[in-house]
Design a protein around this ligand. Structure first.
Ligand SMILES: [Fe+2]
Length: 403
């Protein structure tokens, strides 16, 4: 076991290290005292027991802090009384910094200094040692402090590893969640194969408008993911109405319009089967509200319910007026209508973009939120780019081949 002493710049402190295999993972100890004789005594006391320890010595608190900034110490032993900055200043400084807060600190005090001892404990000292120092006491306290630091380090490492796993699992869950939403939206498209990339374009138009509105990033992402589900309720409309060629009767129109409430309920209501999934022997009917746990579902449900509301209150199903209509629904309403205008439908040809923009502008303040129409115009270059990129496939092309 070889101990080497190294003079630090300025010659005010010494560093000792243990040679051999243990040097790869040494425990680092720092002793601070303004009296070099005390430091010599401390060094001699621990030398025969210091296998695996890397010992550093400092003659002052300032110098000790300079060392702490360079070395990750496992324990600091400091005299309480030192000229200028004392052991309490050192203790307080270590406690204030995130990186050094967990370093155990042992404070050396005289036997008859209870007030100093109390002060040291209040400032966060791990332990106290009386002067004159007894070798056995010193070694016992050092081993306890090192054990404590070892547990703290292990715990911190486990927490970091756990945090990494939580982030990883959360990302996997979110990816799976997004995929399911998109697949659900696509499944709804199969009902009406003329719409092609309609839901993709509505999602991208909605995102572009939300960005233009200056909405926060989480909103922009949420509307991109949930807007494709705006017509999910159409899945429950009977074929005789949904696929009927020509105009609908008033009753049939009402059936068609019910897709808003059906879609909202479909997204919001707790499926019985899922309740059963969470039953256990102890808890047969746990109350878990999926919508409470999932902001996507809440937004998707609001969009499904109110994307046919109109700014002037003449829309359906609830005749909401102005800003009573959720902002995400006002965005999707515009995106949905614009896409219908520029796309070919069974009942109409595709309108040119300029004509469609004109119709949107004419409906500002009646059908649409006027502010939303202004943003739409500001974003028109991006909206046109999306329209061209996801243009409707020719009617004779099977929709599946375009996916
Ligand atoms: Fe709709």
């Amino acid at each position: 076991m070889g101990i080497e002493s190294v003079k630090l710049p300025g010659g005010l402190s010494r560093t000792s290290g243990i040679g051999g295999a243990m040097k790869t993972t040494p425990k680092r100890l720092l002793f601070v005292d303004d009296d070099p004789n005390i430091l010599d005594i401390l060094e001699r006391m621990i030398a025969p027991y210091a296998a695996g320890w890397e010992t550093h010595f400092s003659l002052g608190a300032d110098e000790a802090i300079a060392l702490v900034e360079q070395v990750d110490f496992d324990v600091v032993v400091s005299d309480a009384r030192m000229p200028e900055k004392d052991g309490f200043w050192l203790l307080k400084t270590l406690q204030e910094a995130e990186r050094t807060r967990s370093i155990p600190v042992i404070i050396l005090t005289g036997d008859c200094e209870p007030s100093l001892k109390r002060q040291a404990l209040e400032l966060g000292a791990t332990d106290l040692l009386n002067k004159p120092i007894c070798r056995e006491d010193l070694l016992g306290r050092l081993r306890s402090a090192l054990r404590l630091k070892g547990y703290q380090d292990e715990l911190a490492e486990n927490i970091l590893s756990l945090e990494d796993k939580v982030v990883e699992r959360t990302q996997a869950l979110e990816t799976s969640h997004r995929e399911i939403l998109w697949r659900l939206a696509k499944a709804c498209e199969y009902r009406d194969d003329q719409t092609g990339h309609h839901v993709v374009r509505v999602a991208l138009y909605s995102r572009a408008i939300a960005i233009g509105l200056g909405m926060p990033p989480h909103f922009v992402e949420d509307i991109f993911l949930t807007s494709p589900l705006h017509d999910i309720g159409k899945i429950a409309i009977p074929d005789r109405v949904f696929l009927k060629p020509g105009s609908l009767t008033l009753d049939e129109v009402k059936v068609m319009q019910s897709h808003c409430e059906i879609g909202s309920r479909l997204l919001l209501e707790q499926p019985k089967a899922l309740e059963a999934l969470h039953w256990t022997e102890e808890v047969q009917h746990p109350k878990r509200d999926l919508a409470d746990e999932n902001p996507f579902i809440r937004m998707a449900s609001r969009i499904a319910l109110s994307h046919h509301e109109k700014w002037d209150g003449t829309g359906y199903p609830n005749g909401l007026v102005g800003e009573d209509i959720p902002v995400e629904s006002r965005i999707v309403a515009l995106a949905d209508v614009f896409d219908a205008l520029v796309s070919e439908r069974a009942y109409k040809p595709a309108f040119p973009v300029e004509r469609s923009r004109q119709i949107i502008a004419e409906e500002a303040g009646s059908h649409f939120d006027p502010a939303m129409c202004r943003i739409f115009e500001e974003q028109i270059a991006e909206i046109e780019r999306i329209r061209v990129q996801f243009i409707e496939p020719p009617a004779e092309v099977n929709i599946e081949s375009a996916r």
